[in-house]
Design a protein around this ligand. Structure first.
Ligand SMILES: O=C(O)[C@H](O)[C@@H](O)[C@H](O)[C@H](O)COP(=O)(O)O
Length: 231
């Protein structure tokens, strides 16, 4: 299931998404004493991150992480961790905790096992998940081309995080699995541009998640993925 909201301008989308998300986080803090959010990288979310970072909530009770990360040095242009530090962990949101997916130089099986245990214990279920979408319909690092897509989309996969080596994108990745992401209490797809609208229409008009993994979220009967799109 999904709900599509179209905005006429990106800054209107950024403002509304930041308001909706900060209200959810504030409510979670009141109810549970803490809140967790996973965001996505890429070029789309910078404006949203900037607005969200100025929200007047108790960020000291919020843990931020990423839906996926490229296994590159944090100083790299390709690092989503760098993107979040430079755009979201700013202003009032500087006080938030950040759960690093990129830890150490090599993504060994031992590192992955440690990250799985820590993520399961401290992050799930996420209060907010912000997904992006690539031109190929990938989301997080659930890529249709990758050898790992079957386990990545497997609803019975009890792993929280997994290694991914996409064939159509650079860098080894670490990504939350579909099975872990669908436990999130609020799921948003944030996408912008006419090109992505075409991709979104294609995703909504088909049903094979292996062709376009974002479909697994949009068409899941028990999820209400909220799509925010602007030109
Ligand atoms: O690490 C990543 O690349 C993201 O997690 C990925 O899923 C991203 O959200 C989409 O590829 C959209 O990226 P753009 O916003 O750059 O179009």
């Amino acid at each position: 299931m999904h709900k599509l909201t179209e905005f006429t301008a990106r800054n209107d989308l950024d403002n509304e998404l930041a308001k909706v998300v900060s209200d959810i986080l504030a409510k979670a803090i009141i109810e549970n004493g803490k809140a967790s959010i996973a965001v996505s990288g890429g070029s789309t979310p910078k404006g949203f991150f900037s607005v969200l970072s100025q929200s007047d909530i108790d960020w000291s009770k919020v843990t931020i992480t990423l839906a996926d990360e490229r296994w590159v040095p944090i100083g790299s242009e390709a690092s989503n961790t760098r993107l979040v530090h430079e755009n979201l962990l700013q202003n009032k949101a500087q006080k938030a905790k950040f759960f690093h997916l990129k830890q150490g130089d090599e993504l060994t099986d031992e590192t992955l096992a440690d990250l799985n245990m820590a993520a399961r214990k401290t992050l799930l279920p996420l209060d907010v998940l912000i997904l992006g979408m690539g031109e190929d319909g990938h989301t997080a690092s659930l890529f249709p081309c990758s050898d790992e897509i079957a386990s990545g989309l497997d609803k019975k996969n009890d792993a929280v995080l997994m290694k991914v080596q996409p064939k159509t994108a650079p860098n080894q990745r670490i990504s939350f699995t579909f099975a872990s992401l669908i436990t999130s209490k609020n799921i948003f797809l944030h996408s912008c541009g006419e090109g992505k609208k075409t991709v979104l229409t294609q995703a909504l008009n088909g049903d094979d998640p292996f062709e376009m993994p974002i479909r697994a979220f949009l068409q899941h009967p028990n999820l209400n993925t909220q799509i925010f799109w602007a030109p």
